[in-house]
Design a protein around this ligand. Structure first.
Ligand code: FAD
Length: 343
């Protein structure tokens, strides 16, 4: 267990694959920058990999890191639980950060609990927001200042919980992809690189990777400027063609609610919400979507939201900027015709 170190840095795990930085690492740097500034400490990225990773240090600086802890070793070429945990555990013991953040990706969801367990720290998974604040322990009246508030939906999304660890550090959280905004890079920012060693042997690699097959997602929802989402109200897979058509004529990505996915209207890659992708496009069109909290959690940061629903009391209208009360089977074809007339 490491000591509570109030001057400790804020750390972000710089997840990379084959020398390409994952977007979530950049998103975390944007939030991490905010937290580090509030705490008056440095923001550092933790970058592990083989030689291919080395080229990423500058980029991490451009996106907000003051420092990069860089550990390069051929045994770190591919992510593996034991080797990555060991190296990060050693770094944490040596440098004592106060906050350590990972993306809630497949890799981050595997790594963070192992690191938390090895360092005997607490961990909150799948956060949707992080803030700095003070907390009073009611029992003792003790006030803990400048803690990391780890905020996430709980009980199926019906409440938003704020979780703290005041006595087991570093304060650790994984953060959902797409939740934090992507910062603009600043090419003038310089970064300090701290090289460290990996004390690893082949015994630390439980797996031998013989072959890799990377399955690409069928749709890039996170990068889409316009999204047209269909819900269970669309009624059938055949009728979902209306969603594809509207998306197509707007150059938009087709999204879906979990109900639409469960009903087999469209593939899970298109799901938006708490257990799908979090999006923040310029325009979000929700068609036959009721607006359940678990769905809204993944799209409410869209700049403009248009909702089409036949129920005037549908909760989606609470987050919509433009409301169309009507039958989607009439509204959507009219929208398509009118867009096609104009282009
Ligand atoms: P419904 O709630 O059935 O709504 C259909 C809507 O269509 C209604 O409002 C209806 O008025 C309207 N409608 C019907 N016919 C028409 C018509 N002809 N014209 C216009 N409107 C019409 N959901 C997600 O979406 N994403 C998630 O990631 C997600 N994660 C979840 C995680 C957990 C732990 C749990 C418990 C649930 C999760 N859900 C998620 C499910 C969520 O609670 C809702 O069940 C789901 O979002 C409902 O989808 P829907 O709006 O398509 O369907």
């Amino acid at each position: 267990m490491i000591q509570v170190n109030r001057s400790g840095e804020v750390w972000v795990f710089a997840e990379q694959r084959e020398g390409d930085l994952e977007d979530v690492a950049i998103e975390l740097l944007s939030k991490g920058r905010e937290l580090a500034d509030q705490l008056g400490v440095k923001l550092a990225a933790v970058l592990l990999g083989d030689k291919k990773a080395e080229g990423l240090t500058e980029k991490l600086g451009h996106f907000g890191a003051d420092k990069v802890y860089l550990v390069v070793n051929p045994l770190l070429e591919h992510y593996q639980t034991n080797s990555y945990t060991k190296v990060i555990h050693d770094l944490i013991h040596k440098y004592e950060p106060q906050v350590f953040l990972c993306g809630a990706t497949v890799c981050g969801r595997d790594l963070a609990p192992r690191v938390a367990s090895a360092t005997k720290a607490g961990l909150t998974a799948d956060c949707t927001d992080l803030q700095i604040g003070d907390h009073e322990i009611r029992r003792t009246g003790e006030v803990h200042k400048d803690l990391l508030f780890q905020i996430r939906p709980a009980f199926g999304g019906n409440i938003i919980a704020t979780i703290i660890n005041y006595d087991r550090w570093p304060q650790m959280a994984t953060v959902r992809e797409g939740v934090m905004p992507m910062p603009e890079p600043d090419g003038n920012r310089k970064v300090e690189v701290v090289r460290d060693e990996a004390h690893l042997g082949t015994q630390d690699l439980a797996l031998e990777i013989i072959n890799q097959h990377i399955e690409e997602k069928k749709v890039n929802l996170k990068g889409a400027r316009v999204i047209v989402t269909g819900g269970a109200g669309v009624g059938s897979k055949a009728n979902f063609k209306k969603i594809w058509d509207l998306a197509h004529c707007l150059g938009a990505a087709p999204g879906a609610t979990r109900a639409a996915v469960d009903l087999g209207f469209i593939d899970h890659d298109h799901q938006i919400g708490q257990t799908g992708t979090t999006v923040r496009p310029s325009l979000y069109i929700a068609v036959g979507v009721s607006g359940a909290v678990q769905h809204v959690a993944g799209m409410s940061d869209s700049k403009k939201i248009i909702a089409i629903n036949k129920d005037p009391n549908a909760p989606i209208f609470k987050v919509a900027h433009y409301k169309i009360v009507g039958d989607l089977n009439q509204v959507v074809p009219r929208m398509i015709d009118s867009i096609r007339e104009k282009v």
